[in-house]
Design a protein around this ligand. Structure first.
Ligand code: ZN
Ligand code: ZN
Ligand code: FE
Length: 765
């Protein structure tokens, strides 16, 4: 006989792992117990050593669908003569670490029940089980048990209670389980939010959508606005009412087959579409898709997702054959609406009908967005389905650490030991609504995870709302420490962290903007270093941004700056812009008035997009650069433009002189070269810059590992070409696969840097 204490890490809480352990122990006739503790599952089993080995093997090889078994540690402990196996309840007193799982899409077993006329949950829009359903979005307090979720308002009926209590049932301790007798119900509201007496709200929604109208649908993490994706009038009307001029809408298809009618879907992309996270996957649209052009104007891509809640399944099923635009329920840049009264107020005038229900959403959570690039997943937005699933970090936090993220696409992170819990996507903190939601979310996560930070990590930018938050909180809470992290260092560290790197590497961080240690705006950076420190080893040539932030919204301003810098006049832009505007901007550049310097790679993409006539103004961040990628995609590579590498006297850094590149682009335009070819060659030029600078830095430092990060590496053409060329040159290349390369990922880097810095006895600033 032997008794062993086993500690299992990974994603093992709230995913049906304890009942699974219970079932295996029961089958093998082992005694002992299982419980959640400190973010791990703790098991003690007693029995024959061979049987215990078999037990351990089964735990790792056939875990429940949402579980991911991480580290397993096992030690022998004294016998206790136990023959029964118990599931011990989790509770505050038991030292259970507060843990909330991520929301998961309706599982195949539940979908089967949903469409089975003989099942008691036939067409019931709120069925779920241990393997699926709402989690984070309904969590009110810790620990995660039904009475501390918004499902507490729905006491279980005897039948549901029996399932909930039965370790052999798929709904054992399924916190969100419900049935038509005891659970939430759909309700129907009219355009002004008035209650409608309709017998079947879902059928009413289907009829409204069929008639080409707009329906607000309450989902997991907020409201969506839905309309028939094949009806151009409906989609155009939604665009008009939402005041969203050009940003693409996501589309929900009934199933994988329907998705394949709309877009090209590889096997890897099918896996992403069908994963329990059910993200929006960016796919190449098929010419025969039948989707209205207004869904994603000008884009060769379409963001597709599959149904992930029972109402989605029912809607798409009953609509037979069409796909739905499913865009977040908000007006232009506001965060997604999720509280009923607020949503109804904000969506009045947009929706013709509300399909809502009486299960409260506690945490706002947008859809996640992802794509496949350079043979692996490249996350664009990591939110529903991911948050707050922990990521393991290579350096454990010495103290409870809160990493505050940046300003745009903000995500914050809680660091506890070797785990980083990344929040849902909060959005752009310059919008007051988003900032309010950021404050509220931090407070809620601290409650949910029973977490109190001792260290705050924030961006170096003095004007970021997250920076101001850190400063104010430091003042309000004596004893709280604070650490400032440079933006691109955080990007680099994030990429290193998810790849498990701890030594020094060459970091290529290309993005729109980040505050540099010299007070200028960086964004085309080659850093050499690791988590604890870095050196700015190379960067793009600084350019003046006439009008500051205005130049971000109006790429022609950056185009002009590059033209003047390269010694060209403003002639190339004269045809498309008023002379007075050009003169004014030229004045700013020449007198260096309201024209901050930047080395931004994102702005260089903008400049080229503007010069070749793609657009002079953008309606969302990164639009010009994204459209430049669209233009270049599908065009065969045909060489690159020249550039020079020079040494800056001041800092000993290599400067990438982009003037020859800009001049070459101008000549091509003047010669009438196809703009798609120019766009393609420009992408190759950027990849060439990456490779040539990395080769130089390898000669300098002997380092041959390269990490690619920053929002510009969302560009799949640039990413693929850079990875390919670098590997060809013998580099080991690391890129993002788990967190976005853009600012949604920097909180992870901030955490690891904090862990590394507090380790070197180098007191934080
Ligand atoms: Zn299920
Ligand atoms: Zn029930
Ligand atoms: Fe950034």
């Amino acid at each position: 006989m032997d008794r062993r204490a086993i500690r299992i890490g990974g994603v093992v809480q709230g995913v049906g792992f304890r009942p699974f352990v219970h079932a295996v122990a029961l089958r093998l006739g082992l005694g002992g117990f299982v419980r959640n503790q400190d973010g791990h599952v703790w098991i003690e089993v007693e029995g024959e050593p061979d049987t215990i080995d078999q037990f351990l093997a089964e735990l790792s090889t056939r875990p429940p669908p949402l579980a991911r078994v991480g580290e397993v540690q096992s030690v022998s402990v004294p016998l206790r003569g136990e023959t029964q196996f118990q599931i011990e309840p989790s509770g505050r007193a038991g030292g259970a670490a507060a843990f909330v799982p991520a929301d998961a899409a309706t599982c195949p077993a539940c979908v089967a029940e949903l469409f089975d006329p003989a099942n008691r949950r036939f067409r019931y829009p709120f069925l779920s089980c241990t393997n699926c359903g709402p989690r984070l979005t309904i969590a009110v307090d810790f620990p995660f048990d039904r009475e501390r979720t918004t499902m507490a308002a729905f006491p279980l009926c005897p039948e549901c209670q029996r399932e909930y209590d039965d370790p052999a049932d798929r709904r054992f301790h399924a916190q969100a389980t419900a049935c038509p007798a005891c659970g939430p119900r759909l309700t129907a509201l009219g355009p002004r939010g008035e209650h409608l007496e309709v017998a079947d709200p879902l059928a009413h929604a289907v009829a409204t959508l069929r008639a080409g109208r707009i329906v607000a649908v309450k989902g997991l993490g907020g409201y969506h606005l839905a309309c028939d994706a094949r009806n151009p009038t409906a989609v155009a009307e939604l665009r008009r009412r939402k005041e969203r001029d050009e940003k693409p809408f996501a589309v929900m298809a009934a199933d994988l087959g329907a998705a394949r009618d709309l877009a090209d879907v590889s096997d890897e992309e099918a896996d992403l579409l069908q994963s329990p996270r059910r993200p929006i996957v960016l796919l190449r649209r098929r010419p025969s898709s039948g989707l209205a052009e207004e869904v994603a104007p000008g884009s060769p891509l379409v963001g597709l997702m599959l149904p992930y809640t029972p109402p989605h399944h029912l809607l798409l099923h009953d609509l037979t054959g069409t796909a739905l635009v499913m865009t977040s329920g908000n007006r232009s840049d506001e965060p997604i609406a999720y509280k009923d009264t607020e949503a109804i107020r904000r969506l009045t005038g947009i929706a013709d009908f509300f399909l809502t229900h009486d299960r409260r959403i506690r945490v706002r959570c947008d859809d996640s967005v992802t794509r496949l690039a350079a043979k692996a997943e490249l996350p664009v937005r990591r939110s529903r389905g991911h948050a707050p699933q922990p990521l393991r970090i290579p350096l454990p936090c010495r103290q409870p650490t809160l990493a505050l993220g940046g300003q745009l696409k903000t995500v914050f992170a809680i660091g506890r030991g070797d785990q980083a819990l990344l929040s849902h996507h909060v959005g752009d903190l310059e919008h007051y609504e988003a900032f309010r939601s950021y404050l509220e979310a931090i407070e809620h996560y601290e409650c949910l995870f029973d977490f109190r930070p001792e260290l705050l990590v924030h961006d170096l930018h003095p004007d970021y709302a997250s920076t101001r938050y850190a400063l104010e909180r430091e003042t309000a809470e004596p004893g709280l420490r604070r650490l400032t992290v440079q933006h691109h260092h955080a990007h680099l560290a994030a990429c290193m962290a998810e790849n498990g790197l701890t030594g020094d590497v060459i970091g290529v961080t290309f993005d729109g903007a980040g505050y540099g240690t010299d007070g200028t705006i960086w964004g085309g950076e080659f850093l050499v270093g690791g988590h604890a420190s870095f050196r700015r080893a190379a960067h793009l040539r600084p350019i003046a941004l006439p009008g500051g932030d205005q130049a971000v919204r109006e790429p022609w301003r950056v185009g002009l700056a590059h033209l003047l810098d390269a010694g060209e006049g403003a002639d190339l832009l004269a045809g498309q812009l008023p002379t007075s505007a050009l003169r004014a901007a030229e004045g700013m550049i020449c007198r260096r008035l309201n024209a901050p310097l930047t080395t931004s790679a994102g702005r260089l993409f903008d400049a080229v997009a503007s010069l070749i006539g793609i657009r002079d103004r953008v309606s969302y961040e990164g639009q010009a650069a994204i459209e430049l990628e669209w233009m270049a995609s599908g065009v065969a590579p045909s060489g690159a433009y020249p550039f020079d590498l020079t040494d800056s006297e001041k800092q000993g850094a290599i400067v990438v002189d982009t003037r020859p590149l800009v001049l070459a682009v101008v000549r091509e335009i003047q010669n009438g070269t196809d703009v798609r070819v120019i766009a393609r060659r420009f992408h190759s030029s950027m990849a060439e810059i990456v490779v040539r600078v990395c080769c130089r830095l390898r000669e300098q430092t002997g380092l041959d590992e390269v990490a690619l990060s920053g929002g510009v590496f969302l560009n799949s053409l640039l990413l693929s070409e850079s990875v390919e060329r670098l590997e060809h040159e013998g580099f080991r290349v690391y890129r993002h696969r788990y967190v976005p390369p853009g600012d949604g990922g920097i909180c992870l880097g901030q955490l690891v840097i904090a862990a590394a810095v507090s380790r070197c006895d180098n007191p934080p600033a």
